[in-house]
Design a protein around this ligand. Sequence first.
Ligand SMILES: Nc1ncnc2c1ncn2[C@@H]1O[C@H](COP(=O)(O)OP(=O)(O)OP(=O)(O)O)[C@@H](O)[C@H]1O
Ligand SMILES: [Mg+2]
Length: 470
Amino acid sequence: MATISCGIDFGTTNSSAALVDEHGVRVLDLDPGNDNPKSLPSLLYLARDGEQIVGRSAANVFIERNVDREVIVRQVDLGVHIEGYVGGEGDNDYGNVPRKDSENVREAVRAHAMMEVNSPGRLFQSLKTSLRHKVFKGTEVFGVEYQIEELVAIILRRIKAAIDKAAGQPVDSAVFGRPVRFSKRAEENEVAERRLETAARLAGFNRVSFFYEPVGACVEYAMTTAERQRLMVVDIGGGTFDVCIMEFGGARDAAERLAESRILAVSGVPVAGDAIDREISRVKVFPCLGSRSRYGPSVLPVPQYLFNNMLDWQNLYKLNTEETINWLIAMEVSSNEPDAIRMLRALIQRNYGYPLAREVEAAKKRLSEMDTTTISLHRDDIQLEEPIERVEFAHIIEDMLLDMRTTIEDAETAAQVKPADIDYVLTTGGTSLIPAVRQMLVDRYGEAKLHERDTFTSVAKGLAIVSQFA
Ligand SMILES: Nc1ncnc2c1ncn2[C@@H]1O[C@H](COP(=O)(O)OP(=O)(O)OP(=O)(O)O)[C@@H](O)[C@H]1O
Ligand SMILES: [Mg+2]
């Protein structure tokens, strides 16, 4: 009997898996509740009673149970001492952290954390990004300490269950994808891969190997033809932008074609869909919530740390303290934009951070299809209607497009090729659907060379092909 193995693409936003057995390679259904069942949103909801919900339902349950609900945040003594700064002025640009250059006195202080005491559950998003953060070892959820590896393993267990079911037996060997760079820092890259491996083992995969995600996508395409080719893959997802350049010989047989292939270069940068969403929020949404307003007799600018905190909606609850809310109420009266400040307060108090983040993302996606759209959210005191045009959006992400272009140039330089030396440029990943991103590629390589591969499953399929020979 043929050995059974699989390829798993654990994505920042979506995950997918493909199985290879005597019937060949097939991409599996992972989430019947999702628009595309082959793609499992990498979301995890942990309820207070220990219930674990993964995928599209995690988002639905969070909105049902956690949104439009008064949040009560309390300072909780963590029972440990940490080194702290006392004295010195806070730096508001960085969320009131002490200035590094100020004359602070350091001493051991008792650690406290802001905890949401009445939360029915917590939603985790973009866990893959947290793998690289050395400081994010884990988190306490309703009295239970979860390491980051365990949180990721919960999602991977769900994927493994689907694989085992499709295979009709436990499959313990898997090739996992990894981005070329989890992080710009080398040591964080290592930490992230090690943690992903631990998570895979916790989920029950005993034989785990890693392959670059864009290489997976490249192999997937290369197996559809017997041409001698030099291919470039541009894979742009939620967390990372990855490029690879590979050469394939003329062999038709998969094993031979792989054996003859050569990776000429890989490059990557952790800038993709999530970072784009944050930039849209910063430029288009936050001004509607008063980020540029002024208040009080001295006409002071609203402190930016409020908005820095909101760049990740998962931190929004930390602003819901009595102190901040009272201060926002006072600020509203003396502000030149009282409606905006009222909206900001409603957003924080009623926990609308996630619906807003989803709306920003949905508007971004609409702009891949239409020239103009509106970011809108209407709940209670929140009446947000902000038009955004495709041209303006392209301008907002200009710096990121530059980062992406540099990453492509790095790959060409490392591979010692010019655009004309590349036969096809394959695109995959949700963010590659943005017209400005595509245009950048068209400008460099010409329309005819661009091939769109399956946005959400090409990496997993390629990894599964590789897994036969791992
Ligand atoms: N039509 C679209 N237009 C623009 N962006 C889109 C579109 N569809 C999805 N996206 C974005 O693509 C990203 C998700 O893509 P994908 O599923 O390929 O990422 P991922 O594989 O989970 O992430 P990564 O590979 O970085 O770990 C999200 O940021 C999403 O907002
Ligand atoms: Mg991906």
